[in-house]
Design a binder for this molecule. Structure first.
Ligand SMILES: C[S@@+](CC[C@H](N)C(=O)[O-])C[C@H]1O[C@@H](n2cnc3c(N)ncnc32)[C@H](O)[C@@H]1O
Length: 220
């Protein structure tokens, strides 16, 4: 794939994800899910109460929140994780789907948050080397390899030296991912290679907390 000219989201690679998950989601379905604790996405587990998610919150999110620093979240859904990152000086919340940004805005509208609709792999409006922390949960699990590679390439521009990036991705070495058709064909081995080949340094990998996915933290 041409990294300099990432494909439009209308191309097959994005459409496959879109078809699998989002196209068929009617506004009614979103409203129904919203009624679950008020935040769309809480039906997948509340990080305040569900143990593996609480561990992720306490280990990979809260320790990095810093009122002097700037963060990015990719794919907020209804803001299930966004609410823990409000303490950053500036938080960019990035999503390809405008509808989802509208939903999250209803819960977490604050002056230090900027909502950005992207093309599926880019970071429009975010300054060069301005970001200290980047987090994504529940989004890369659905993204194909070439989309992940493009994201890894594009995020280099916005990351400060020493920035921490935490990405939750599909792990098809696990049975619960194998039986989930919506999960991308990714593994810790593939993810490790993509991250290293993009020029990052891997800091830690969590292959055990989640039953269908894994987490990687890396820096630049
Ligand atoms: C399954 S939801 C996860 C939401 C949330 N992070 C959570 O864990 O509750 C996936 C999110 O990723 C967004 N998304 C899907 N493809 C994306 C892409 N290529 N770039 C940015 N966001 C994307 C969706 O609109 C949605 O907000």
């Amino acid at each position: 794939m041409d990294i300099e000219n990432p494909p439009e989201l209308a191309s097959g690679m994005h459409l496959s994800y879109r078809c699998r998950y989002w196209r068929q989601r009617s506004k009614n379905a979103i409203k129904r899910e919203w009624s679950y604790g008020g935040i769309y996405g809480l039906e997948w587990g509340d990080p305040d109460t569900v143990e593996p998610l609480r561990f992720i919150r306490d280990r990979y999110v809260l320790p990095y929140v810093n009122a002097e620093q700037c963060a990015v979240e990719i794919g907020p859904g209804g803001g299930r994780w966004t609410r823990y990152m409000l303490g950053f000086r500036r938080l960019y919340v990035v999503d390809y789907y405008g509808d989802l940004l509208e939903e999250v805005k209803k819960h977490v509208r604050k002056p230090n948050i900027e909502f950005i609709k992207n093309n599926g792999t880019d970071f429009p409006g975010i300054g060069d080397r301005s970001v200290n922390y980047l987090f994504s949960f529940g989004t890369f699990v659905h993204l194909d390899e070439h989309v992940i590679q493009t994201y890894l390439s594009n995020m280099k521009r916005i990351l400060k030296a020493g920035a921490n990036v935490v990405i939750h991705y599909s792990d098809k070495t696990k049975v619960m991912a194998q039986i989930n058709e919506g999960f991308a064909e990714n593994t810790p081995g593939k993810m490790r290679s993509m991250v290293s080949e993009a020029g990052y340094e891997i800091c830690e990998e969590d292959l055990t907390t989640m039953w269908h996915s894994s987490i990687i933290r890396f820096t630049i």
